[in-house]
Design a protein around this ligand. Structure first.
Ligand SMILES: C[S@@+](CC[C@H](N)C(=O)[O-])C[C@H]1O[C@@H](n2cnc3c(N)ncnc32)[C@H](O)[C@@H]1O
Length: 209
């Protein structure tokens, strides 16, 4: 938890409490429905919460924005981002119903009013958003078609509407077929620790999609 405060020192009392509650909630739910790798639960705040918040270091969402988290699993990166940006609406979707049950339980327990969770495949979602976020779902060339027609035309954020995807490893080959402009933001320049050495936020500008 100190790790979160180190990089996000201006949290309100409510946000601090919500971040504090997260570990216990996920330990409880993960024991029943596996939503995070059991080997990672020791480093929960680093590998799940701070990692998710890497997106916030690249983009401070404007209040009133709408963000879709595709393949959210138990709520990553959507839940940590929803705590950090209480005035942004988050829609978290996953194709596995029991994972969405965990998301709903966690969001409820935290009192998050800006989270909606839906059991659906990404392709079935018909609404439009300012941004789409994701982590560990599929390679970018397969992901891009799922996001088609899901972006609002008007840009109200510091970056044009697009995708913010948490990725690891060598991205050159994966990103080679991508035609949209994109930028890779390595997280090792933002967060210390070996875990972040290979991690990045990939921003894809889909303007014109
Ligand atoms: C490896 S998990 C990652 C979960 C979460 N994003 C995280 O980082 O902890 C990938 C998730 O993507 C979901 N998924 C895969 N294809 C999907 C699709 N087409 N639509 C919605 N969810 C999908 C799976 O059900 C699974 O929960």
């Amino acid at each position: 938890m100190e790790l979160i405060l180190k990089y996000f020192p201006n949290l309100t009392a409510v946000q601090k409490k919500q971040f504090e509650q997260l570990e216990e909630l996920y330990l409880f739910w993960n024991a029943q429905i596996n939503v995070i790798s059991r080997k990672d639960t020791d480093a929960f705040y680093e590998r799940h919460v701070l990692h998710s918040l890497g997106i916030a270091k690249i983009m401070e969402f404007t209040p009133g924005s709408a963000v879709l988290d595709i393949g959210t699993g138990g709520g990553f990166p959507g839940i940590p981002l929803a705590i950090l940006f209480p005035e942004v609406q988050f829609h978290l979707v996953d194709s596995i119903g029991k994972k969405i049950k965990v998301v709903k339980e966690v969001a409820n327990a935290l009192g998050l009013k800006n989270v909606r969770a839906t059991h659906a495949r990404a392709e079935e979602i018909k609404e439009q958003f300012d941004f789409i976020v994701s982590r560990a779902v599929t390679a970018m060339p397969a992901f891009l078609p799922w996001t088609k027609r899901k972006f609002l035309k008007e840009n109200k954020n510091p970056l044009p509407n697009g995708i913010l995807y948490l990725k690891g490893g060598d991205l050159k080959e994966e990103m080679a077929p991508v035609k949209h402009p994109y930028k890779i933001h390595p997280l090792q320049t933002i967060f210390s620790g070996e875990f972040f050495d290979t991690k990045a936020v990939v921003y894809v500008d889909v303007t014109g999609n």
